[in-house]
Design a protein around this ligand. Structure first.
Ligand code: SF4
Length: 248
């Protein structure tokens, strides 16, 4: 694993722990066996897909390849592209209304996640304070921190790509095996968002971000913000999509 990838991974794990600690402060109704939000509509960054690829067996990967033949939804913009579009007063393209989404291929027959410890952020932030039949009910503060967390993950995965979790897994695996050399067009380039859209009166959210920035990153002498800034500085020396070099 390349050095930058190792640093990114440490930041990702710190963010995951931090967001989960935040969620634990709310009385969520989610319990093992809930599966309503485990669908094929899962977006992620290349960093998150790589985090899971590490523990995906050949057999599980082959199952994913077979499952994926039927097709699945794909995002039209990355999280930060969407935020930039709003910040610039634009109207982002509408995401199609998906009906009859298939279950995620990583759900077990007992409705548990096969890769719970390695699941991407999108799976970690979907929650509800009431048992959801059709819709989840997320407290507004958790909605705000999860939106920020998506933007932060994209920032951390500087030079990486974004898309359907399953496209990312397939691409990274094929790339590692030397079967593809280029990033496929269904994957979008990550975009950096330096300023987060936090209103002055959103003090609790600012405090949350400040605490995340000051959080120590395990296995390093850096805080979250220091390591992220270091990553950005080091990245200036590289070409775009340098993350591919790290994967080999
Ligand atoms: S990866 Fe796991 S948590 Fe995420 S949708 Fe699939 S089964 Fe659910």
């Amino acid at each position: 694993m390349g050095f930058a990838l190792e640093e990114k991974r440490k930041l990702l794990e710190t963010l995951y722990e931090f967001i989960e600690a935040t969620y634990r402060n709310f009385p969520l109704a989610c319990v093992p066996g809930c599966k309503l939000c485990c669908t094929e509509r899962i977006w992620a960054t290349s960093l998150e897909a790589y985090y899971l690829l590490d523990v995906l067996s050949e057999e599980e990967y082959n199952f994913l390849e077979t499952w994926a033949k039927e097709g699945y939804p794909r995002p039209v913009l990355t999280t930060n592209q969407l935020a930039l579009c709003y910040l610039q007063g634009g109207e982002p393209p509408l995401e199609p209304a998906y009906e009859g989404l298939k279950p995620c291929p990583f759900l077990t027959p007992e409705a548990l996640c096969k890769f719970y410890e390695r699941r991407p952020l999108m799976c970690r932030v979907m929650a509800s304070v009431k048992i959801c039949k059709d819709f989840a009910e997320l407290p507004p503060f958790l909605f705000q921190v999860s939106t920020l967390a998506f933007q932060i993950v994209e920032n951390i995965d500087i030079g990486g790509v974004y898309g359907s979790f399953f496209d990312l897994l397939k691409f990274l695996k094929r790339y590692q095996e030397g079967l593809v050399k280029e990033v496929p067009e269904e994957l979008l380039s990550n975009v950096e968002l330096e300023e987060f859209p936090i209103l002055p009166e959103e003090r609790e959210l600012k405090r949350w971000l400040g605490e995340l920035y000051r959080a120590p990153v395990k296995g390093t002498s850096y805080t979250f913000r220091e390591l992220w800034q270091k990553l950005r500085k080091d990245f200036e020396k590289y070409q775009k999509l340098n993350f591919l070099r790290d994967l080999l």
